[in-house]
Design a protein around this ligand. Structure first.
Ligand SMILES: *[C@@H]1O[C@H](CO)[C@@H](O)[C@H](O)[C@H]1NC(C)=O
Ligand SMILES: *[C@@H]1O[C@H](CO)[C@@H](O)[C@H](O)[C@H]1NC(C)=O
Length: 384
């Protein structure tokens, strides 16, 4: 008896620690009736803790000031606070649900009561092996690419819905967020000095990989899928620093690199065309493109109404100094980094990832429109 009581106490204590690792969202607006679960895939834009959980050397993200604005400590989120998925989860009325790798092993149904986040920082749409074959240094590229993340999801699905009927129900009622993914397929080679001519032929392969993942989810019964495009890479401070000193003609009116935004546009146009094909092939499935590109451009070109400092829209809040405060040699948590006093006035947090303030606006554009048609909440706001 005594040992059982002790074991229960230990179990309760463990549970308490796990629970406190995910502070509950204020359940202001419970609407889990519209989507009982959210499953998300992607990279550091929405990784809420997978990378930090498995990486033996997580580096910057494990150190302050990451997390300073909201969680008050580094949580594995590459920002000062909440990410796009955190805002979505809040609106759906869930607690901040676990990143997949943070769930205990073996995972139980209860761990994935609200779904799970499979996104991994540095993740690519293409398999790491492909980059290895092309002789890229893959030490900074996670092996957990999109295809692997979809494989993880299949395991979770089998665990939470053992029968075919249960699986169909989970798939039909869940919300799926596939991406943003693809930016890293281009970031990794560019930051290893590869040329546009080297990178551009990857785009159709990246789109094919994203489409295959969407089709895998549809094959399992998914009915509601949101697919963000890539944000304008030419406006990213680290790129502006990396390719600094170009001719005036290299920059558009907003001060972004034309050719790099051109590549992003090429990716996004191809993704949109592929989504149109997928819709035609699967008429019962709602597949919605999310326009991160226009969303960021609109923030950058009209910063003041959103509370951003117009003089700093292309600057990192926390960076290595130099042009755009984005000197790559000094990382945001390092001594010598230049840190802005108020991240809510900045779009870019660390020169690559956005601030909570920017993510909040991006999330709103997807939840309520106009950057996703229909917006996610369209179904939830309907009266039953
Ligand atoms: C890229 O080029 C820069 C400048 O020439 C050099 O310092 C750096 O080592 C190069 N990086 C790689 C990965 O080749
Ligand atoms: C959540 O609350 C806001 C403000 O009270 C309201 O406008 C919105 O429709 C609510 N959403 C849902 C899903 O009930």
């Amino acid at each position: 008896m005594a040992t059982l009581a002790l074991r229960l106490m230990v179990a309760a204590a463990l549970l308490a620690t796990t629970a406190s690792a995910y502070p509950a969202a204020p359940p202001k607006n419970r609407s889990s009736s519209c989507y009982p679960r959210l499953f998300s895939f992607g990279d550091s834009l929405i990784d809420t803790g997978n990378f930090i959980h498995y990486s033996k050397a997580p580096g910057s993200v494990s150190r302050p000031p990451y997390g300073r604005t909201f969680f008050g400590r580094p949580t594995g989120r590459w920002s000062d606070g909440r990410l796009i998925v955190d805002f979505i989860v809040e609106r759906l009325g869930y607690p901040y649900w676990p990143a997949y790798l943070q769930a205990k092993s073996p995972a139980t149904k209860e761990d994935f009561r609200y779904g799970a986040n499979f996104a991994v920082a540095s993740g690519t749409a293409l398999n790491q092996l492909l980059f290895q074959k092309k002789r890229l240094d893959v030490s900074g590229i996670t092996p957990y690419s999109l295809g692997i993340q979809i494989g993880w999801f299949k395991k979770v699905l089998a665990a939470i819905a053992p029968t075919k009927k249960e699986r169909e129900e989970v798939m039909a009622k869940s919300l799926f967020l596939v991406g943003e993914i693809g930016a890293n397929d281009y970031n990794h080679p560019f930051f290893q000095n590869k040329t546009l001519g080297w990178v551009k032929p990857l785009v159709p392969k990246v789109i094919r990989s994203i489409a295959m993942s969407i089709e895998a989810l549809i094959g399992l019964g998914a009915k509601t899928i949101y697919v963000p495009g890539v944000f304008p890479l030419g406006c990213v401070p680290r790129y502006l620093f990396f390719y600094r000193g170009g001719d005036a003609g290299d920059y558009d009116d907003a001060g972004c690199l034309r050719w790099l935004n051109g590549l992003t546009g090429f990716h996004n146009d191809m993704l949109k065309a592929k989504i149109r094909d997928l819709r035609r092939a699967h008429p019962g499935v709602s597949i919605t493109y999310v326009d991160y590109y226009d969303e960021i451009i609109s923030i950058i070109t009209t910063p003041a109404p959103n509370g951003f400092d117009p003089a700093k829209v292309l600057y990192a809040c926390c960076g290595g100094g130099g042009p755009y405060n984005a000197n790559l040699a000094i990382k945001c948590p390092d001594p010598g980094a230049v840190r802005c006093p108020d991240p809510s006035k900045y779009v870019s947090w660390d020169g690559l990832h956005m601030t909570e303030a920017a993510y909040r606006i991006m999330a709103r554009g997807m939840l309520d429109g106009p950057f996703a048609k229909p917006p996610i909440m369209a179904r939830c706001n309907r009266k039953y």
